[in-house]
Design a protein. Structure first.
Length: 405
RNA sequence: GCUCCCAUCGUCCAGAGGCCUAGGACGCCGCCCUUUCAAGGCGGUAACACGGGUUCGAAUCCCGUUGGGAGUACCA
């Protein structure tokens, strides 16, 4: 395999639930990396789990990226030369790859149930929770026929290479998994539908992805399996470029745990509703595992992409600190022009079902920008003049509109 | 259990062997400014997990311990 000098990265979420703040951070790093290097960002939807994926969620993902101002070069709604970009539309491609893998002997049919695997571990005196034991690798024709005779349906598993698997991680340096520590993964379900374990590496290979930056939560299982599969894909001519991996530190919530989907703080819209501006949120997110330079933490998206070359990413997990996020956001708000802020305020006023008077808004905005942490609070300021006019006869802006900027 | 990852103030980041009596930011605590709340100014609080090496010299390199996290699905 060769190393392709042009940078091609991807953002490949599954459309389940609302846009997750951790996911957005992952996308941000990929976006910044692509923009910095003048490369391409491929936006791909991994919707191979019909039971969990939803159209609403997909639409929210699009809206999320647009709101944050992260543009992509290939993807749904846009096209590109490696499409389609929704995995649910790529069935024939996967079927073709599977046929080749099968012909080359890289995959095999497995009939074992989890119970049978555990029973075998127990019988051999091993920990029953060890995972799949690669038992079906050496099934004979007659054994296979017997299982089929019972009406069992097989999953397709990848024959993992019998060597240590190691790679140089962009964030962590050398990482090695000993041979035999990762069981043969299932690539295709018994019902014939491909799994993420197959589609993700296949698409990365076929879309010529050069760098894979994603969350650390995927580190223990995914890279070994993917590298194993990549070798097989190279063998059958599907993969030409071995991507470089970079595993980004986890974003944690208030506890010490990874941000959980049930926590409202993981939902991107939570921040938008609370008055975060995209610039502010992006700035804060970038601070989680990275820094633009010594003793500096306020910067624009443009400054981010100019500086973000993929080096210097911290390997340790970061806690999402809402207070600091708000503080960074507030600095961005103060950087906004009065007109700009006023127009953004309008959205919030309208969303809150409040009427607004342009004159009042114009008067309150400078004060709001000067003082408040986010537009939601400015909104209260914008209402203030009404109260004051009634109660104390003070003019719009409460006398605070003196031009101090 | 097994595999992998991580380890500097409460939190995030700086520090890539001597510049460190460890710096910035958020938070917190004072004071100043201010009709309120903010914002702003000034000051303060607070950390290199532990133990061994290597070295003239270690927050920085190596090993171990401890602690934390993640994964261990026909989810992604």
């Amino acid at each position: 395999m060769t190393t392709d000098p042009a940078v091609r990265v991807r953002f490949s979420p599954s459309p389940t639930g609302h846009p997750h703040i951790g996911m957005m951070r992952t996308c941000l790093f990929n976006w910044a990396f692509a923009r910095h290097h003048g490369g391409q960002l491929v936006f791909r939807i991994e919707d191979t789990d019909a039971a969990r994926d939803s159209e609403e969620s997909y639409q929210e993902l699009l809206e999320a990226l647009r709101w944050l101002g992260m543009d992509w070069d290939e993807g749904p709604e846009l096209g590109g030369s490696y499409g389609p970009y929704r995995q649910s539309e790529r069935s024939e491609i996967y079927a073709d790859v599977v046929a080749k893998l099968r012909a080359a002997g890289h995959v095999y049919e497995a009939y074992s149930t989890n119970e049978e695997v555990e029973a075998r571990h127990r019988a051999a005196g091993r920990d029953p929770k060890l995972g799949y034991d690669n038992f079906d690798r050496q099934l004979t024709e007659s054994q296979r026929a017997a299982y089929q005779g019972e009406g069992r349906e097989a999953v397709l598993r990848l024959r993992m290479p019998d060597q240590d698997i190691s790679w140089v991680d962009m964030v962590r340096g050398d990482v090695t998994f000993p041979a035999g520590s990762v069981p043969d993964p299932v690539l295709v379900r018994a019902n014939g539908k491909p799994l993420y374990t197959l589609t993700n590496p296949v698409d990365d290979a076929m879309m010529r992805i050069t760098h894979i930056m994603r969350g650390e939560d995927l580190l223990p299982s995914t890279p070994p399996r993917q590298i194993g599969l990549y070798r097989a894909l190279a063998d059958i001519g599907v993969a030409t470029v071995m991507p470089t991996y970079g595993h980004l530190p986890l974003v944690r919530g208030e506890g010490n745990k990874k941000l959980s989907k049930r926590d409202e703080q993981t939902n991107l819209w939570y921040y938008r509703e609370r008055g975060f501006v995209p610039e502010g949120l992006i700035n804060y997110l970038a601070l989680l595992g990275w820094s633009i330079g010594p003793d500096r933490d306020v910067f624009s998206p443009a400054e981010l992409t100019a500086a973000f070359d993929g080096t210097g990413i911290s390997p340790n997990p970061a806690r999402f600190d809402e207070k600091k996020a708000e503080a960074i956001n507030a600095q961005h708000i103060r950087l906004l022009s009065v007109d700009d802020l006023a127009s953004r305020l309008r959205t919030h006023l309208t969303a809150a079902g409040l009427t607004y008077d342009p004159a009042v808004l114009a008067a309150a905005t400078p004060a709001g920008r000067r003082a408040d942490r986010h537009p939601v609070r400015c909104r209260h300021d914008a209402q203030l003049p009404f109260r004051q006019r009634r109660g104390r006869g003070t003019g719009p802006g409460g006398g605070r509109e003196e031009p101090r900027h």
